[in-house]
Design a protein around this ligand. Sequence first.
Ligand SMILES: [Zn+2]
Length: 213
Amino acid sequence: MPGFWAILLLYSKEMSAHVLVLNRNLYAVQVATWERALTLLYLGRAGVVDEEYQVHDFHDWVELSKTIARNPAGFIHTPNFKVAIPDVIALRFFDKVLKHEIPFTRRNIYRHYGNRCCYCGKRFLSSELNLEHVVPRSRGGTTDWKNIVTACIPCNLRKGDRLPKEAGMRLMVPISRPKLSHGIILQARLPIRMRRCWQRFVDNVYWDSCIEE
Ligand SMILES: [Zn+2]
C-alpha cells in the first residue's frame, strides 16, 4: 500500500498536510499525515467527514473531489482521477477516546497545585516542596490524586505521620485531581499546530468523567 501513495506522491503539490482523525463517534483522537489518512480511506477503514458531518467513503470522495475547485490542503493527482486531501476523517471501526487522565507524576502534581504548599497556601520552588500523603501511608493512605498533595518542608515535617486534624492543620488548598477538556489534551498531543478547520471537532467536546481506553 505505501507504494501506491509513493507513486502518487510525485503528483502531490502539498507534501506536508495533516489530517484530523476522529473515532467512529466523531471524537477527535489523533492527527495523521495525509498519506496515512488517504491509505485508511482507500482501505475502507475511514471516511472523510465534511462540514455537515456527513461521512464519505473513498469512491464518494473521489467523486466529490471533482466538484472541489480549491482545497487548502491540496489534491493528489493520478492519471485517472484527482482526490482532495481531506481536512478530517473518521475511523470506521475505532470507538475509543483519548485517555482523560493526567499522568500521576511528580511534575504534574506540582503543576496541578501551582507549586503551592496545600497546607500554608504559599508558593515554593519545586526543590522546596514534598509530596505529602494526606492520610499517612501507615494508615492506609493511597499514593494517587485522591490522597497526595504538595507541601512545603516545614508543613510536611509539622504534620508528620498524622492526619491533618491530629496535627491541628487543615488544607488551605483542597485536594483535587486535574481535569482537562478533551481539546486541551488533544492539543497537548498534537505534533503540529491546530488547523482552524479542526477546531469545532475539538472544542465542543468535554468529558466530566474519566473514560478509560
Ligand atoms: Zn507549607
